[in-house]
Design a protein around this ligand. Structure first.
Ligand code: UD1
Length: 382
């Protein structure tokens, strides 16, 4: 079975690494990697490939940045010829970024089966671009690989047939468990003069938090107050750095926090796994903190990953500085009594995906398609 494995942005690389690795031992599964180039900075892309030991992409579409419509359309235009040329049996997409929805739409229109890894997650907040990407990708997908119980419930409520849904667990956690020991040899704490258990990690990049100038000022106030309580390490996504710089707010933070460039996977894992607390608006960091048993405050009004809250390690606290600081003080005052990791977050999700694909085979995958083969017709129309 030829499988086009699509990735575009940083969290995709972490997820795809586990899937490709799990396929490797099976000769019947022949994955090839398509990097759309949505993330292109050395630190967001090439350095991640290296840390994760992901094979070099077989195709690099180099789409770069743009408005949502431009970026999505550009990915579609550049991905379609790859599919027509390579004729994969399956296009496998991960997560919820623009590259995910773009490539699933191309494949579905060509009648190629689509598999979505991390299907069924819903924040029920359609102001998030990722939520739109999730809803559309799931509607187009033929195989839905689900990471947590809420995903199963959401897909069933939306009327997806049981034969399309596979509860396999969380591939991001496969990668985490595979690398956590190796990350101990990172010297990032020493370089920053930190000791384990004494710092907070902050990551922020969502448009809702960093694109609105009013919100940005509140975020900076919050970070200043946080830094008065404990050392704060803030690896900055390029968009967060650009917005803070444009608003003239970087100088207020520079001397009080450890403001870092985006970190490699292993250095970030070291910072996160030794943190006292983490404050984030990322989806993946909520999951990683849960498995590492690091108390996490999510600076959003909702989460599409409720299993992290159920496990007791994550709280959804919004962005009001007073509320967030009250939660920080509670966490710093006493131990957190969180529970075990969610079901099937055990390092074997990739293996379960590989097993499903082996059992189905190319014919079984084709039978699950919601639309018939139209590649030939599309090729004729070019
Ligand atoms: C994207 C995903 C988001 C994911 C995040 C992980 C979408 C809608 N969003 O957000 O779900 O959590 O990746 O990081 O797909 N930029 C650079 N260098 C790069 C890439 C981007 O400087 O390599 C800057 C550019 O100014 C760009 C901006 O960041 O315009 C936004 O990049 P984009 O890929 O559109 O979205 P992210 O915010 O990274």
């Amino acid at each position: 079975m030829r499988i086009a494995c699509v990735c575009g942005a940083r969290p995709n690389f972490v997820k795809l690494a586990a899937v490709v690795e799990a396929m490797r031992p099976h000769r019947e599964l022949r994955p090839f990697v398509v990097h759309t180039g949505q993330h292109y900075d050395e630190r967001l892309s090439a350095a991640m490939f290296e840390d994760l030991a992901l094979p070099r992409p077989d195709f690099h579409l180099e789409v770069g940045s743009g408005s949502h419509a431009m970026q999505t359309a550009e990915v579609m235009q550049r991905f379609e010829p790859v599919v027509l040329e390579e004729r994969p049996d399956l296009v496998l997409v991960v997560g919820d970024v623009n590259s995910t929805v773009a490539c699933s739409l191309v494949a579905a229109k060509l009648g190629i089966a689509v598999a979505h890894v991390e299907a069924g997650l819903r924040s029920f907040d359609r102001s998030m671009p990722e939520e739109l990407n999730r809803v559309v990708t799931d509607a187009l997908s033929d195989l839905l690989f689900v990471s947590e119980p809420s995903g199963m419930a959401n897909l069933r409520r939306e009327g997806v047939g049981e034969e399309h849904i596979f509860f396999v667990g969380n591939v991001m956690i496969d990668t985490l468990l595979r690398h956590v020991v190796r990350a101990r040899s990172s010297d990032v704490l020493e370089r920053l003069g930190l000791r384990p258990g004494e710092h907070a990690v902050v990551t922020l990049h969502r448009p809702g938090n960093v694109d609105a100038p009013g919100r940005l000022v509140a975020v900076v106030d919050l970070l200043e107050s946080l830094a008065a309580r404990l050392a704060v390490v803030f690896p900055m996504h390029p968009r967060a750095r650009a917005q803070l710089a444009a608003a003239g707010l970087l100088a207020r933070l520079e001397h009080r926090l450890h403001l870092l460039e985006p970190q490699g996977y292993l250095d970030f894992l070291r910072l996160l796994s030794t943190a006292r607390i983490v404050l984030t608006d990322s989806g993946g960091v909520q999951e990683e903190a849960t498995v590492l048993r690091i108390p996490c405050l999510t600076l959003r009004e909702n989460t599409e990953r409720p299993a992290t809250v159920v496990a007791g390690w994550n709280r959804i606290v919004g962005t009001d500085p007073d509320r967030v600081l009250a939660e920080v003080d509670t966490l710093l005052a006493g131990p957190v009594h969180g529970g075990a990791a969610p079901e099937k977050w055990d390092g074997r999700a990739g293996e379960r995906i590989a097993r499903v694909l082996l059992q189905l085979g190319p014919e079984g995958v084709r039978r699950l398609r919601k639309r018939p083969e139209v590649v030939a017709a599309a090729a004729g129309a070019r």
